[in-house]
Design a binder for this molecule. Sequence first.
Ligand code: GDP
Ligand code: MG
Length: 161
Amino acid sequence: MPVVAIVGRPNVGKSTLFNALTRTRDALVADTPGVTRDRIYGRAELDGRTVILVDTGGLDEAGGEVELGAQAQTRLAIDEADLVLFLTDARAGVVPVEHEIASDLRNRGKAVIQVVNKTDGLDPDMALAEAAELGLGDIFPIAASHRRGLEQLGHAVVERL
Ligand code: GDP
Ligand code: MG
């Protein structure tokens, strides 16, 4: 089964997206960044295809031991993934470390789909324009906690596998 990893900074909504797509509450969603440390695996039906979804702790500026552990886990998740969903937060905007993550993914030649979360209540054009700076190709706007944009995203994932 294809493996799809959800990657991005802490707090952008990776676990919320994981739960929405797997229709579980297996991933802990929290306002505090850094709650997910290990990789969490789940099964998702996307556009009629079953994939293994992986939730990760998130990549960020180098921090303490916990953050480094989470980042190592995230790198392993990227390595084993057939496709990476790179998630950013429309409210927080694009930050420098996300440029680093994007170029790292490009250098590794990974198949990536860029996803902008938390677009609820925002001007979608504004959200997309800023995210486009990362230069990873097509961008999918979603609001994971409102289940918005998930069908289009599922369709795009299956097309890329
Ligand atoms: P993670 O650290 O990337 O796994 O992020 P979480 O899934 O734990 O979510 C972090 C915070 O963002 C939580 O308070 C979520 O409820 C919130 N959140 C997630 N998705 C959305 C969304 O689509 N819109 C809004 N407004 N908040 C969201
Ligand atoms: Mg999480």
